[in-house]
Write a protein that binds this ligand. Sequence first.
Ligand code: ATP
Ligand code: MG
Length: 427
Amino acid sequence: MRLSQYFLPTLKENPAEAQITSHRLMLRAGFINQTTSGIYTWLPMGERVLKRIDQIVAEEQDRIGCHRITMPTVQPAHLWQESGRYEDYGKEMLRIKDRHDREMLYGPTHEEVVTDLVRQYVNSYRQLPLCLYQIHWKFRDEIRPRFGVMRGREFYMKDAYSFDIDMDSARTAYEKMYNAYLRTFARMGLKAVPMRADSGAIGGDLSHEFHVVADTGESAIYYDKAFENLTEADYSMEKLGKLYAVSDEKHDPATCPISDDQLVSRRGIEVGHIFYFGTKYSKSMNLKVAGPDGKPIYPEMGSYGIGVSRLVAAIIESSHDEHGIIWPEEVAPFRIGLIDAKNDAQTQAISEQLHERLTNACISVLYDDRSERAGVKFSDMDLIGLPWHVIVGGKTLTAGTVEVKNRRTGAREDLTIDALINKFLGD
Ligand code: ATP
Ligand code: MG
């Protein structure tokens, strides 16, 4: 991709409305644009990151046997009247009337729609367990939208819903999801701490929140140091459930069971929330299946959210420096930023050749071919934070090499063009 032809509207100045790093950087680096309070347009760079996160989330949901669907954003009110939540949900719900004066709403969540869907098709225990998910836009008329996409009004969420024949099977579904969440966040280069939570408005008896550690997190969290070095072998709800991890309200230094040197006190961004709530919706919405003995059973349900658009901001909060964003490779909008640092005939020819070869090898590359000064190109590339910068120019060119910089470590090496292609092909 040529930067000269790309839509990447970067800002020179810090936008005054942005209070936290991720919001500031997303605006400055041209990832998002605010349409109105809490509602954003995702610009090409932001869109690429959002879709990469979408893909990782989807792969991990598919891996545990959930099936992706897309439910409507606009829902009829009668489903919520049936479940009894229409009045309770309050002002966060955007209520709309259609031309026939029918009450509609923009979905803040989808328990009702999915329960209605499943009751139309599932009537035997043989069709369970079932887990359906979507990754789609939600609207919640938050009282205080803030911090950019961190707390938006319209936001992109993964929401999954599980249906099981009994509590044991529901618990297995819940645990599979718990493990999938740890894998999902780890793949994005994030440290996520799961903690027991009150299930809040949705109601129910088992719930965990997943927090990413970052200084600007909305809530103070306290947890066992052991969470900082988890490997996949540790992903057991039973094992991790024994470790201390609580939010502010539940932390009491007097009764905290672990020693000060084992206790970490940080701030957290909630990026995921899972609930088991039993038969709340299956009963209120009359979703019944025939059990093995022919008697009707109300399926046990759970719902499982990941804030996909919030994750973009959370990743930036946990991965940036004073020059800009540092994208983990797994979610980066492009893998390589190619910089023609001299704009002369020779550097241009080499850059063009590199751009073509990398593109042909399916290595994503953003090529800064603008006729800007090298300094401007370097600082823009640091700001947008692509993991690798390839710099054509400077002294190394006479030796037939280009310079490769790792955005995170700052480490630089000189490589011939062939060695460069091999480096990225090999990874
Ligand atoms: P919060 O306490 O932050 O309001 P919640 O409990 O309302 O979150 P859930 O209904 O569990 O959130 O939604 C699942 C996930 O969606 C949350 O863990 C969070 O990552 C994300 N999310 C919730 N509200 C917003 C929002 N207004 N903007 C962006 N992401 C959000
Ligand atoms: Mg909320």
